[in-house]
Design a protein around this ligand. Sequence first.
Ligand code: GLN
Length: 198
Amino acid sequence: MKVGVLALQGDVREHIASLLACDVEAVAVRRAIEIEKIDALVLPGGESTTIAQLAEVFGIYQLIKDRIAGGMPVYGSCAGMILLAQEILDAKVGQKSFGGLDITVRRNAFGRQVDSFESDIDFSDGSNDPIRAVFIRAPWVEKVGDSIKILASVNSHPVAVRSETALATSFHPELTGDNRIHRYFIEQVARPALEKVK
Ligand code: GLN
């Protein structure tokens, strides 16, 4: 499986390292020809409006949107979660997302209380070990559609959600050296989704 990490802005290298630890091929992608060749995509944290604007500048916005709509497995962390959301609250005027996940997110939701924090959270991956989650001006999920499963919450706000082909977390698992979220994406989301279309 070849997984691309969208390399327009944000913590690309850390995601590549986490993916390599999950025994898949992981490459930075920013050109259409590269994005056409990947089986799955990771949208890193960073700044969601900047990433969406750069995607338009690089001429890959519509391609990414179409591939996600076509069922390419995708994982978005933090800004990446915002980029997957069908609806964004507290968005910048004209802010675009790729869509693909039937969720409404609020940008910088925790930011009004505290900019950044870490917390041990329960993640429904079948293990009982809590995950250390790093939140940096993070969004939370305010509304989910019927097709969405909530995998983790903080103060009853969902911070990890999935559909059949997409995973999103408000936090940054690539910063902790714990690769369980990436492994979950590869083994529980991407692999079954890719098997299905074979
Ligand atoms: N607040 C950022 C945004 O709106 C996301 C922050 C992050 O990815 N760490 O895009």
